[in-house]
Unconditional design. Structure first.
Length: 425
């Protein structure tokens, strides 16, 4: 936005700030929050504090530095209010679990480590955050964030103290952070219609089991080497000789990888599906949906633990899910794979639409990063990082509201608090 556009939106921004920042205890904090949001939305290559302060007529670098890096306001109630406003407005078809990386130099920024950096596509020095987004085909909004703390930071008292990592925060795997986030959002009264995720999460049997245990439907990507049994495969129990432990029920045939199973069906088994209208016309490809039983040691152990909980009996039967496979026109073999625990009668076209809906957060990440400076924060502390991320989320939410409902009523109106998804999107 240029300066004139920001000025035209000042009245609406003031209402937004009054509502979203209502949890901030002091008026001057809300004023600085308003200023910071305008700095994020104004045109400019860098969205770190110094250049933003220079562009703003009321910008004060020292005040903004204190507000972001030292002020004690809690970012969680701000994110909660953003989520409460945006979920009904967007009317999400799914929640997307994702993670985003922030390349960094040096070793002093909070939770920085040499790890896989998605922004660079290789191992590099970076921070990584896990996020959950409400997603439709027309909009998305981050609902909550978790900064990933690498194992090397767990016991590094010196770096933890310098960056202000809370004592109770330690290393936790990304898939666990994602489930923690879903639990926190449920505590806010927000429940996903379905969860979608890339193979970094979908590949993990514990993550899928965690969604199942919470009663959450999912459509998650997996790699081609995930192994499965056909849905009609039945385990058998070998006859016990009377010596040693009784044998456990087992499937008689080894599982096959999803790539082998899909290719074995042949291209003729795949059906053309159109899932949305793209900028260059209908988005379409060929897909196969088939019921399978995910295999592997971890999947088996999780199924057995669920079956025997409360002294139940394990019959060796693995849970059944839907495998969705894409074989694009012109490709020599299938290219993409997803697993879903949605009901068996879910139409393939709906599975495809949900599997592909993650495109929206990639689109909005470009705005969050390049337009609003998500990765421009130059501070080093836990507090500063979470404040900046929250303020960028607020700026993105405000712009999303303007796009979806530019003539909406005030922040306390039914249009932003209704539990019924908005049809404007």
């Amino acid at each position: 936005m240029d300066a004139h556009e920001v000025e035209r939106a000042r009245a609406q921004l003031a209402l937004f700030v009054a509502d979203v920042f209502a949890s901030m205890p002091r008026k001057d904090q809300r004023v600085k929050g308003d200023c910071y949001l305008r700095g994020l939305m104004l045109d400019g290559r860098r969205k770190s504090i110094q250049p933003m302060a220079e562009r703003l007529p009321d910008g004060n670098e020292q005040n903004l530095q204190q507000f972001v890096n030292q002020s004690t306001w809690d970012p969680v109630p701000v994110r909660r209010r953003i989520a409460e406003r945006l979920v009904p407005l967007i009317g999400p078809d799914a929640w997307a679990v994702d993670d985003v990386s922030f390349p960094k130099d040096g070793e002093v920024s909070v939770a920085v480590a040499h790890q896989y950096c998605g922004a660079l596509g290789k191992q590099a020095n970076c921070q990584v955050a896990v996020s959950v987004h409400a997603v439709s085909d027309t909009a998305s909004c981050p609902l909550q964030w978790r900064l990933f703390v690498p194992q090397e930071w767990a016991g590094d008292f010196g770096r933890r103290q310098k960056t202000g990592i809370p004592q109770e925060v330690g290393h936790r795997e990304k898939w666990r952070l994602a489930l923690d986030t879903l639990d926190e959002l449920a505590g806010w009264g927000l429940v996903p219609p379905v969860v979608v995720a890339d193979a970094g999460y979908g590949q993990n049997a514990d993550f899928r089991d965690g969604l199942d245990g919470r009663g959450i439907g999912y459509v998650v990507a997996v790699r081609s080497d995930v192994t499965v049994h056909p849905h009609d495969a039945q385990p058998t129990t070998p006859v016990w000789s009377g010596n040693g432990r009784k044998p456990q029920p087992r499937y008689r045939h080894k599982p096959s990888s999803v790539s082998v199973l899909a290719a074995g069906r042949g291209r003729q088994a795949f059906t053309e599906v159109t899932w949305r209208e793209g900028s260059r016309g209908p988005m379409r490809s060929h897909f196969l949906a088939v019921r399978v039983r995910p295999a592997g040691i971890r999947a088996r152990r999780l199924a057995q633990a669920a079956a025997t909980a409360g002294h139940g009996h394990w019959d060796g039967v693995l849970p059944e899910v839907t495998l969705l496979v894409e074989w694009p026109e012109g490709a020599e073999a299938p290219t993409d794979y997803w697993l879903s625990n949605l009901p068996a009668d879910t139409p393939p076209a709906e599975l495809v639409r949900l599997a592909k809906i993650r495109w929206r957060i990639e689109h909005d990440y470009r705005e969050l990063k390049h337009g609003l400076g998500l990765d421009h924060f130059e501070g080093r502390s836990w507090t500063g990082w979470h404040h900046h991320i929250t303020l960028v989320t607020a700026a993105h939410a405000f712009l999303t509201e303007q796009r979806l409902a530019p003539k909406a009523d005030t922040a306390d109106s039914p249009s932003t608090r209704s539990s019924t998804p908005s049809k404007t999107c």
